[in-house]
Design a protein around this ligand. Structure first.
Ligand SMILES: [Zn+2]
Length: 196
């Protein structure tokens, strides 16, 4: 008999339907907000609970990644920024990812630019600065003085963008530890009238 429960993963509420079967592995399928799970009879509750969260997170990420890459064509963006380079390198692939622990990366082997999906929520010049940074790695794989010279010449916003991203990282790490009154103070500051 199928067991049913409600879980919330990364802010999304899902109905989980679990069926115990003579299967080897735990499998999951996501349709809208219903996660159908089949699990071997022998798997104990705790292991199953953990597996469900992991599988749900992976499936939700896959859906979100598809949505984000539909929202913006990463390769078109790269092709646009690459024209700023005096001798534009050939980039074959580009995508927004949700598994990147960095803001971006460049693979020499596959000539692929990967961009952190959160960049899409930031000001355009920040996103473009990261794109320019990764493209510059197609020419200089390191962070040598030549790398920075090239990058600053094609992207004058380089240092400003770095400062912006450092502040985002700092805030993301600090947010949870801020006293609620100070968090409220920060979220109330969005109002144009409050700015001095
Ligand atoms: Zn770099």
């Amino acid at each position: 008999m199928a067991e049913q429960r409600i879980i919330t993963v990364d802010g999304v509420t899902l109905t989980v339907v679990i069926e115990r079967k003579a299967v080897k592995n735990i499998n999951a399928r996501l349709r809208d907000t219903t996660l159908s799970v089949s699990a071997p009879n022998a798997v104990d509750g705790t292991a199953l609970d953990e597996a469900i969260i992991t599988l749900a997170r992976r499936l939700l990420q896959r859906i979100h990644k598809r949505r984000v890459n539909h929202e913006e064509d990463a390769l078109a963006l790269v092709r646009q920024v690459v024209t700023r380079f005096p001798s534009p390198p050939a980039i074959d692939h580009a995508e927004f990812t949700l598994t990147e622990a960095r803001w971006g990366s460049y693979s020499v082997a596959t000539r692929t630019v990967r961009l952190n999906a959160v960049l899409l929520r930031m000001p355009r010049w920040v996103l473009e600065a990261v794109v320019a940074h990764e493209i510059a790695h197609a020419i200089h794989p390191d962070h040598s003085p030549a790398f920075w010279r090239l990058l600053r010449s094609v992207c004058p916003d380089t240092d400003r963008a770095q400062t912006f991203l450092n502040a985002v990282t700092w805030m993301a790490r600090t947010w949870r530890d801020l006293p609620p009154v100070e968090r409220a103070l920060l979220t109330g500051m969005y109002d144009e009238d409050n700015q001095t």
